[in-house]
Design a protein around this ligand. Sequence first.
Ligand code: AMP
Ligand code: ZN
Length: 105
Amino acid sequence: MCIFCKIINKEIPSDFLFENGDVVAFKDIHPKAKTHILIVPKKHIETIKDLKEDEADEVLVGKMVLVAQDIAKGLKLDGYQLLFNVGRSAGQEVMHIHLHLMSHQ
Ligand code: AMP
Ligand code: ZN
């Protein structure tokens, strides 16, 4: 099982900010900005390249962005970055889709 699946299953402790049936969000263990949060689907999908053009994946990615928006609103962040690293050559280390939410605020 991958490290993010273990975090989702609570086998590895993490600093959770959000959880629902489809998506979790927790603090990045090595923050690259003052605020650095990862938004992760519970479904194990390795990379953005593996997303299917079906409604389930469309909805899932939409939910990830809306969770990011909701967390940013809760933290009163005015500006922030949302980033997917796609593939090892682009710097993706954990092969389970995650959206980085980063802010200097
Ligand atoms: P990426 O390079 O896009 O695959 O990003 C993976 C991110 O996961 C990095 O920013 C890591 O710091 C972060 N990370 C790795 N292990 C953990 C963990 N156990 N808990 C929280 N974040 C982690
Ligand atoms: Zn996984």
